[in-house]
Design a protein around this ligand. Structure first.
Ligand SMILES: Cc1cc2nc3c(=O)[nH]c(=O)nc-3n(C[C@H](O)[C@H](O)[C@H](O)COP(=O)(O)O)c2cc1C
Length: 178
C-alpha cells in the first residue's frame, strides 16, 4: 500500500471478526513500525503492553467507558510512556515531559501499520485524563513511571467505515503570517 494512500484511507475500526486471532508475528511487526516513530531527543520512551485475555479485554470499559468494543478485539495494545526515559525537565520554573507526544506518534505509526496489514484498530485515549489513567494503571498494575497514552483494540475488520468528506481545510493554513 502506498504510504499517502494509507494515510488517507485509514479509519477507526470498532467491529472485529471474533473468529480470527492476529498472529504474534504480525503484532511484532506492527510494534516494530510503531518503534520507528520520531521522538524528542530520540529517547523512544514508549512501552507496549499486549493483552489477549478476553476477560481483561472486556473489562477495559470499566476504566475507559468508550472502549466497550475492545471485548471483541483479538488483542489490545496499550501504548505507554516511560516518563523517566522521555525527554523531560523538572525544575522549579520549568516542568515538561514529551512522553505523551512521542507515544502519540508511535500510536499513529501503529494504526497505519495495522491498516497496511488489513487489520482494524482504533485509538482509545487515556492520557491526559487523570481518572482514566489512574483506572488503567490500577487495572493493569502499571509501575508509577509508566503513563498509559492509548488503548488500541486490534482485530480483523468486521465493518468498513465510510471514508470521510475532505478534511483538508485551506482556511486552517496560514502562509507567512497568521
Ligand atoms: C486522542 C484520541 C482519543 C480517542 N478516543 C477514542 C475512544 O475512547 N473511543 C473511540 O471509539 N474512539 C476514540 N478515538 C477515535 C476517534 O473517534 C476517531 O479517530 C475520529 O472519530 C476520526 O475517525 P477516523 O479515525 O476514522 O479518521 C480517539 C482518537 C484520538 C486521536
Amino acid at each position: 500500500m502506498d504510504l499517502l494512500e494509507g494515510i488517507l484511507t485509514r479509519r477507526s475500526v470498532r467491529q472485529y471478526d471474533t473468529t480470527r486471532k492476529v498472529p504474534h508475528e504480525d503484532i511484532e511487526e506492527i510494534l516494530k513500525m510503531a518503534s520507528y516513530a520520531p521522538s524528542a531527543h530520540n529517547k523512544q520512551p514508549w512501552e507496549f503492553l499486549v493483552i489477549e485475555n478476553p476477560e481483561v479485554l472486556a473489562g477495559f470499559r470499566s476504566v475507559q467507558p468508550w472502549t466497550s468494543f475492545a471485548k471483541n478485539a483479538s488483542c489490545v495494545i496499550v501504548v505507554c510512556g516511560n516518563t523517566d526515559e522521555a525527554f523531560h525537565r523538572e525544575k522549579e520554573n520549568e516542568v515538561w515531559n514529551f512522553a505523551d507526544v512521542d507515544c502519540a506518534l508511535a500510536t499513529q505509526n501503529l494504526l497505519l501499520a495495522c491498516h497496511a496489514k488489513g487489520l482494524g484498530a482504533c485509538f482509545c485515549g487515556a492520557a491526559p485524563m487523570p481518572l482514566v489513567m489512574d483506572g488503567v494503571k490500577k487495572y493493569l498494575n502499571l509501575p508509577d513511571n509508566i503513563r498509559p497514552l492509548a488503548i488500541v483494540p486490534i482485530g480483523y475488520p468486521a465493518e468498513t467505515p465510510k471514508q470521510p468528506e475532505n478534511r483538508y481545510n485551506p482556511a486552517k493554513v496560514h502562509w507567512e503570517k497568521w
